[in-house]
Design a protein around this ligand. Structure first.
Ligand code: NAD
Ligand code: GLY
Length: 371
């Protein structure tokens, strides 16, 4: 695959008729007033961030937005997946109502996927819907969660179980923000980038393999290409199936096992990207046992996931009947139908399929893949 050599700002478009919007990718975008010049007019902007990201980037964003809004408010949420819940969501509504925000108020999600998903859900429901902008500051959020309009909070019984489809007006991927990201979070983002290869684009997988060292070293040109290509693939899928009635489900490759790990261990123990990385390897093993891919493909994927600094062995979730516990957790999945788990599997390199698998085979995979 031809990779770019210069770091020029680019735009990727999500085409969804009247809900279409651009994803702007580049360095130094977050603090530039011109980034926001085409947003709908309003008197008030509310930046939603968290205790880690706000001290790093809120002042820049606030200064840029002051050129456009007479009131720029900031709410700082507690940080972490464990806070992707009702009480934290309520803090956003408290800020909106407490400040007399009207239905034109624009919400800005400044942070990773947790802030983005919660801000999007708040925007979807405040006064039955106000505009919002995603300003993702993690690699994972830039390549996946800020794009496509899935918003949600967790329930103790299941991940992202309460939410809405609600598209932002604009996504601003500022590559400079990735400079302060902890290495473990960078690896988590690499999981979602790797995901796009096996499900849709094998040349991109080849490129990731050959560019992994550059990505881990945060080479800006490599990161720019990874974010752009990931967003292009996601835009192509979401443009065909906004509300996941069909093809969009392939974007959940690795997520069925991964969500079980996240909720089974307690939210925040494993990062979302770590669950996805390991979950992709488990789903690839299942694909192989169903005769859909060669063993060599599973080994290739596992090797790449490990090189990205991600776990390839699942954790033990129960001392007795570990596989039974995984199965129990995986049944609480939005893809399940009438209690039957539906997995995203690889049906030959570069092609995904969504289908059920016999419990006995799934148990074999879990037993072989957990340590
Ligand atoms: P996160 O939001 O918890 O962010 C990871 C950590 O990095 C946090 O501690 C955060 O404060 C910190 N951080 C963020 N930006 C930083 C920066 N620039 N410098 C330093 N620290 C920074 O996690 P995430 O991986 O971004 O997102 C995971 C969430 O996204 C999960 O809840 C997952 O369910 C969701 N998700 C949603 C979608 C979707 O389509 N809506 C897709 C994938 C994942
Ligand atoms: N991250 C999966 C999706 O957006 O559909």
């Amino acid at each position: 695959m031809q990779a770019p050599t210069l770091l020029e700002p680019v735009q990727v478009h999500i085409n969804l008729a009247e809900r279409s919007y651009p994803i702007c990718i580049g360095a130094g975008l977050l603090g530039a007033a011109s980034t926001y010049q085409h947003l709908p007019p309003a008197s008030t902007a509310l930046i939603v961030s968290n205790t880690t990201v706000a001290p790093l980037y809120a002042a820049q964003l606030q200064a840029a937005l002051q050129a456009r809004y007479s009131k720029v408010l900031l709410i700082t949420l507690p940080d972490g997946e464990a806070h992707k819940d009702w009480p934290t969501l309520q803090l956003i509504f408290d800020a909106l109502l407490g400040n007399g925000c009207d239905r034109k108020t624009v919400l800005f999600a400044l942070g990773g996927g947790v802030v983005g998903d919660m801000t999007g859900f708040a925007a979807a429901s405040y006064m039955r819907g106000v505009p919002f902008v995603q300003v993702p500051t993690t690699l994972l959020a830039q390549v996946d969660s800020s794009v496509g309009g899935k918003t949600a909070i967790n329930h103790p019984l299941g991940k992202n179980m309460i939410g809405a489809f609600y598209q932002p007006q604009l996504v601003v991927c500022d590559l400079d923000a990735l400079k302060t990201l902890p290495p473990r979070e960078l690896s988590a983002g690499l999981a979602e980038i790797i995901k796009y290869g096996p499900i849709a684009d094998m040349p991109f997988l080849d490129w990731i393999e050959s560019s992994l060292d550059a990505l881990v070293a945060r080479d800006p040109v490599a990161l720019a290409h990874a974010v752009q290509r990931s967003c292009e693939i996601k835009a192509w899928v979401v443009g065909q199936d906004e509300r996941e009635t069909g093809v969009r489900a392939i974007l959940n490759f690795g997520h069925t096992f991964g969500h079980a790990i996240e909720s089974g261990l307690g939210y925040g123990q494993w990062l979302h990207g770590e669950g996805v990385g390991c979950g992709m390897v488990m789903a690839a093993h299942l694909s192989q046992r169903l005769g859909l891919v060669e063993k060599s493909f599973v080994e290739r994927l596992a090797q790449l996931v490990a090189r990205a600094g991600l776990p390839v062995k699942g954790p033990i979730l129960a001392v007795q009947d570990n596989a039974g516990r995984y199965l129990e957790l995986m049944r609480i999945d939005k893809k399940s139908e009438a209690g039957e788990i539906r997995f995203v599997l690889i049906d030959g390199p570069g092609r995904a399929v969504v289908r059920a698998a016999p419990d006995a085979l799934v148990r074999e995979v879990i037993d072989a893949c957990c340590a």
